[in-house]
Design a protein around this ligand. Structure first.
Ligand code: C2E
Ligand code: CA
Ligand code: CA
Length: 705
């Protein structure tokens, strides 16, 4: 006897419209009948979920999703055949079945765990997981039995290696615990049991705190501190999350308002927005209204949106991001790389900051592959002008690595754990001093006495630490000698583009001409008690010249000795571009000096007119062969120069001639007295050597008067 339908299309309301198998309502009805009719047979309840079904829908479209559901239902029908069973589609991608224990023991029903599906010529594989409940107590409501099977399924939903799980009582307790938490939520909000913790986010280059993330905890009266990983998924299911999120945003805004009103330092704080919020069209306005209520600028609140929110709801999320931008908020993409989103999707999303999921660092020590992926994400983000935060930084090695690949910011236990508001605001108060310590935390070059100078010098202003990135050190001026005493690692990176093995390169006094130049700048810095900034063409100890931008600040000393703090930046590339720009600009001006400029190409024996300023002398022709060009010149040339012209026609003889003339230039005078316009004109032949090593022969013509 079979209790499921026969595959023909639906009559009345018994069947699921899409798949044609029973729906939830008929499942209840026929299962109850079956259990009644067979009191001596042992039955089990199975609850299935198709894994990553939502992603499938996103990737291939809902029509494809529908086809898969139909295919899955058909497979279920085939496997159960004429068995004593009732099966149905519960909702979405969830299926249920009540079948004999005997069938489960003696069939290969587990092949439902992986089914393949062909579209066109491509084969796709779909995976499912299920929970099983052996019906021991037939007096239980059927809905309760289904809950039990579902609870078992939930325990392996994220465990891809496991196909099924049998229900046990502990799972039921978890379910009860969920229900209890749900029932306690309202009181918890009213009694302000939820606490906002803050985890600082640091600039990767030096560890300076630049922002923070707000993370909620539940300070439960009897159970103690509950982590958001436990209750957030729960509140996302029943919608309480939208109340909780607003509570958190409000707390954060209140904290910011209080700091700002008191004139205290603060940093922007990012808040999390649950993925389910994007079903709420009022989301962005709610955020804006909370910020407005506290009278703070949107600059102090940033919005974190998870990658999964985007893959659930791409259209809504995109719209929300645009709106949040219009309201003045920065938007961060959280947990990037944790899901199925591709790097490609980034180009469609106008986000400001990319937060890379901490799982990438989990594999840091083990897998070269993870670091390659990490590195390419960072590179791509840079290219797209996105700032990058790496989460979950737990070791110095991880930090160093992230710095080396130019990740902008870091967040993790190595720097700070999430902390209660009071600790966070205390930290903000001390942040200037803290940043000094952090700045040199791993610099072997700076010993304690130097740190003392940094910490106790009240002439030091935060600006030094905020704006002086990279190489830093201490410089001593004694009589007329200048010497570098200490440097940090950044110094070597700026000067040598690497950390040299031999770090003793610095302890030598500067020599002329650098010495007088630096002495003068230090004098200006000391007398003006200001930061003196200048550029230095510095000769390294290995003889290589580099351009540096230098800032010096006087920090103390005696009559004969002065100590300066300095910061340097390598501007070689900047200088090179600058010089190139000068050359281009100057050459336009220089060209204008001459009436006409020709370029002689000895390999093709042709001449090209590059420039002609004299309108009266307009030459329609811009290109000549050597014979024509030199013939034209010969006509107007003074007879004494005739011999020279012969030599100009060949490269080797011109080179010899140029070598003889110390002016590096061969002038040819035009002296046809009868023609006024030609009289008093000179053509200069010379060789121009360009920085790229190429040689060009030019002829520049200029009227003498
Ligand atoms: P998330 O947004 O990815 O937050 C980062 C999580 O990583 C936090 O967990 C943080 O404590 C933890 N973490 C930070 N540094 C490290 C580290 O170095 N190593 C390791 N292993 N973990 C680190 P937490 O506070 O337990 O929060 C978990 C998740 O709960 C958050 O993940 C976020 O998705 C959610 N959440 C937290 N607060 C809120 C909230 O107010 N609203 C919403 N909607 N979700 C929240
Ligand atoms: Ca987050
Ligand atoms: Ca995250």
């Amino acid at each position: 006897m079979r209790f499921s339908e026969n595959g023909s299309k639906m009559q009345n309301n018994l069947f699921d419209e899409l798949t044609g198998i029973y729906n939830q309502q008929s499942f209840f009805e026929y299962t109850a009948q079956m259990l009644d009719n067979y009191p001596d047979i042992s039955f089990c309840l199975i609850y299935w979920n198709i894994r990553k079904f939502r992603t499938t829908n996103d990737l291939f479209g809902w029509q494809a999703g529908d086809k898969i559901l139909i295919h899955w239902a058909n497979t279920l029908r085939e496997i159960l055949g004429d068995e004593l069973a009732v099966y149905a589609r519960m909702d979405h991608d969830n299926f249920v079945c009540c079948v004999t224990e005997d069938f489960l023991n003696n069939s290969d029903w587990t092949k439902l765990g992986e089914i393949s599906y062909f579209t066109g010529d491509t084969e796709y594989h779909f995976y499912s997981c299920c929970g099983l409940y052996k019906i021991t107590d037939r007096t239980l409501p059927l809905s309760n039995m289904i809950d039990k099977a579902r609870a078992a399924m939930e325990t392996i939903k994220n465990n891809y290696m496991t196909l099924y799980a049998w229900y046990d009582e502990s799972m039921w307790n978890a379910l009860l615990e969920e229900q209890r938490m749900n029932s306690e939520f309202k009181t918890a909000i009213a009694e302000r049991q939820f606490k906002v913790y803050y985890q600082p986010i640091c600039r990767a280059s030096d560890g300076l705190i630049t922002s923070a993330e707000a993370l909620v905890r539940w300070q439960h009266p009897t159970k103690g501190m509950i982590s958001p990983g436990v209750f957030i998924p729960l509140f996302e299911k029943n919608g309480f999350i939208s109340i909780l999120d607003r509570y958190v945003w409000d707390e954060v805004c209140a904290m910011q308002q209080s700091r700002l009103d008191q004139g205290l330092a603060t940093v922007p704080v990012s808040v999390n927005v649950s993925r389910v919020e994007f079903y709420n069209p009022a989301l962005c306005d709610d955020i804006r209204n909370i910020v407005k209520k506290h009278n703070i600028s949107p600059d102090f609140i940033k919005i974190e949106i998870t990658e999964s929110a985007y893959s659930d709801n791409p259209v809504q999320v995109l719209e929300a991001i645009k709106k949040l931008h219009a309201y003045g908020f920065s938007v961060l993409m959280d947990d990037f790389g944790s899901g199925y989103s591709s790097l490609n999707m980034l180009k469609d999303l106008p986000i400001d900051v990319l937060k890379i999921d901490m799982r990438f660092l989990d594999d840091f020590e083990k897998s070269r592959k993870a670091t390659i992926i990490l590195e390419s994400i960072i590179r791509l983000a840079k290219w797209m002008k996105l700032s990058v935060v790496s989460e979950g930084v737990e070791t110095q090695r991880e930090w160093e690595y992230l710095r080396s690949v130019e990740c902008d910011s870091v967040q993790g236990y190595y720097f700070y754990r999430p902390m209660p508001q009071e600790s966070f605001t205390t930290l903000l108060d001390q942040s200037a001093e803290k940043s000094i310590n952090l700045l040199f935390r791993d610099s072997e070059e700076l010993d304690d006495s130097i740190l003392d100078i940094f910490n106790h010098s009240n002439t030091l202003e935060s600006i030094l630490f905020y704006s002086m990135l990279g190489g830093m050190g201490l410089l001593e001026v004694c009589e007329n000698e200048v010497e570098i005493l200490r440097v940090n690692n950044g110094y070597y990176e700026a000067v040598y583009n690497a950390l040299p093995r031999e770090r003793k390169l610095i302890n030598q006094p500067f020599e002329e001409p650098e010495r007088s130049f630096i002495l003068e700048q230090c004098r200006l810095a000391r007398e003006g008690s200001k930061i003196q900034q200048f550029q230095l063409h510095h000769e390294r100890k290995d003889g290589v010249y580099i351009w540096l931008s230098v800032k010096v600040r006087y920090i103390g000393g005696s009559a004969h000795r002065s100590l300066f703090l300095f910061a340097i930046e390598n501007i070689d590339e900047q200088k090179r571009l600058e010089h190139e720009r000068y050359r281009t600009n100057y050459s336009t001006v220089l060209l204008k000096l001459f009436d006409r400029v020709y370029r002689l190409d000895y390999s093709t024996e042709s001449v090209e007119l590059l420039h002609n300023v004299n309108k009266r002398f307009k030459t329609p022709q811009a290109q000549f062969s050597f014979p024509d060009f030199f013939k034209n010149i010969s006509i107007v040339t003074a007879p004494k120069d005739f011999d020279k012209i012969e030599l100009l026609k060949r490269k080797d003889s011109l080179d010899t001639l140029l070598a003889k003339e110390h002016t590096n230039c061969i002038p040819i005078h035009y002296e046809l007295a009868s023609d006024e316009t030609v009289a008093g004109t000179t053509a200069y032949f010379f060789k121009a050597e360009l920085p790229d090593g190429s040689e060009h022969y030019l002829c520049c013509v200029k009227r003498n008067s």
